[in-house]
Design a protein around this ligand. Structure first.
Ligand SMILES: Cc1cc2nc3c(=O)[nH]c(=O)nc-3n(C[C@H](O)[C@H](O)[C@H](O)COP(=O)(O)OP(=O)(O)OC[C@H]3O[C@@H](n4cnc5c(N)ncnc54)[C@H](O)[C@@H]3O)c2cc1C
Length: 329
């Protein structure tokens, strides 16, 4: 039997959104806990360099993560690391129960879910078999293992192009394999890729299979040209997959409004269709997913959560939250 913990605000996930929500909720003197299955940082821990967070022209991902965590802790948010949230349920009395793998349950009138997303898999033979033996979803974690190698990056968005460019620090050659004939990435990232002589784009091509050698390491890709259907081999010793993320929303029990991709829909206050459940960051349905948008969402979510708690305390839990604008000091 696990323990019961009671908080005003339970935040699931300590990425940029969770840490920022923790900072605001803590600063509002709310008893706040941030539950994280690993270490605080989220995707920042998988990103070498951040160049587009205002005030920091260049900062290492893990350094920015540390600053966020320190700042939230300074205002009183409690971090509990290595805590895997299994499900979030809502009782009839309006209290949320956040159930963890260890059996501990966190009770709170508000939950802010900031659990981000999980990399989408290619779903081809060899991918799972060779994961960690040549197949990777994290350039910063595994790039250094491919010094002097010829490798492939799969995808055509911001993550694929940014990481293809990054991986040329180690790899001799990087094939950027994309199923379309142009990249989806932002223009600045595209221009870096096209200016990098170590990167060779491979257009209109999908991966059919990842093949390994007798030592169990990747040595070859089977590729298909989507126009001609021609299948060919490409010799590579590493495959980095960056074809998107799935929002980590499966922990919410019961129906919650989401878009066709499964990202949570919220109102302008980051309130989901479940009253008292707020969402912020990469798992929210929106135009773009960046550190800036994650912390913007989280700011709104934490302030709206505070107003929601006030409404409950006033005996009017169904009152409209905010909407009157204004600045908070
Ligand atoms: C390779 C790469 C490079 C990027 N580069 C940039 C960049 O240069 N600039 C930029 O602005 N953005 C960049 N981004 C995007 C940016 O990192 C994300 O938008 C941002 O991290 C989203 O923050 P988040 O808090 O919503 O989610 P995340 O950062 O994904 O954090 C979610 C957290 O929730 C935790 N979690 C999930 N499920 C559970 C559970 N069940 N129980 C407990 N904890 C859980 C996870 O462990 C994680 O720590 C990059 C992303 C990637 C993948």
């Amino acid at each position: 039997m696990g323990m019961i913990h009671r908080f005003d605000v339970v935040i699931v996930g300590a990425g940029p959104a969770g840490m920022c929500a923790g900072m605001y909720a803590g600063r509002s003197m709310l008893k706040t806990v941030v539950l994280e299955r690993g270490f605080p940082g989220g995707e920042l821990l998988n990103t070498e360099l951040i160049e587009d967070y205002p005030g920091f022209e260049r900062i290492l991902g893990h350094e920015l993560a540390q600053k966020f965590a320190d700042h939230a802790a300074k205002f009183g948010a409690e971090f509990r690391n290595g805590v895997v949230v299994e499900r979030v349920t809502k009782r009839d009395d309006g209290t949320f129960e956040t159930h963890t793998e260890s059996g501990d349950v966190y009770e709170s009138p508000v939950v802010i879910i900031t659990a981000g997303g999980t990399p989408v898999k290619l779903g081809v033979p060899g991918e799972l078999e060779f994961a960690g033996k040549g197949v990777s979803y994290c350039a910063i974690c595994d790039g250094a293992f491919f010094r002097g190698h010829t490798i492939a990056v799969i995808g055509g968005g911001d993550a694929a192009t940014e990481e293809a460019d990054f991986l040329t620090r180690y790899a001799e050659k990087v094939y950027l394999i994309h199923r379309r004939e142009e990249l989806r990435a932002s223009k600045i990232l595209q221009s870096r890729v096209f200016a990098n002589s170590k990167i060779e784009p491979v257009w209109n091509t999908t991966v059919e299979e990842i093949l390994g050698d007798e030592q169990g390491l990747v040595y070859n890709l089977k590729l298909r040209d989507v126009n001609t259907q021609e299948v060919r081999d490409l010799a590579v010793t590493g495959v980095f997959v960056f074809i998107g993320f799935r929002p980590n929303t499966g922990i919410i029990e019961g129906h919650v409004e989401h878009d066709e991709m499964g990202y949570l829909r919220t109102d302008a206050n980051m309130h989901t269709s479940i009253r008292g459940l707020f969402a912020a960051g990469d798992l929210r349905s929106q135009l773009t997913r960046q550190v800036t948008t994650a912390v913007g969402d989280a700011t709104t979510a934490a302030i709206a959560a505070e107003k929601y708690l006030k409404a409950i305390a006033d005996g009017n839990p169904n009152a409209e939250i905010g909407g009157t604008g204004g600045y908070t000091a």
